[in-house]
Ligand binder design. Structure first.
Ligand code: SF4
Length: 71
């Protein structure tokens, strides 16, 4: 959810991924890093709920859809 870094309200303001590079949450090669960041996130539950219907990326520490292969 790193791409939400510009949102400063609600639960996203407490996200552990705030300010992290976006690609960490969308590329397969970074999945372990993303999950490590998510593991300590205080809004993991909210993020997981928000990402239930997402087709791309890691939400709540879970890859919800496609993650791009390394290029
Ligand atoms: S669970 Fe992961 S992707 Fe979701 S807000 Fe927290 S750090 Fe970001």
């Amino acid at each position: 959810m790193g791409y939400l870094k510009n949102r400063e309200s609600g639960w996203t303001s407490r996200a552990a991924c705030k300010g992290e590079p976006v690609e960490i949450f969308y590329k397969k090669k970074y999945l372990k890093i993303a999950q490590r960041i998510c593991s300590g996130c205080v809004v993991k539950k909210e993020c997981g709920l928000a990402g239930r219907k997402e087709k791309f990326g890691v939400w709540g520490g879970i890859p919800r859809g496609w993650l791009r292969e390394e290029k």
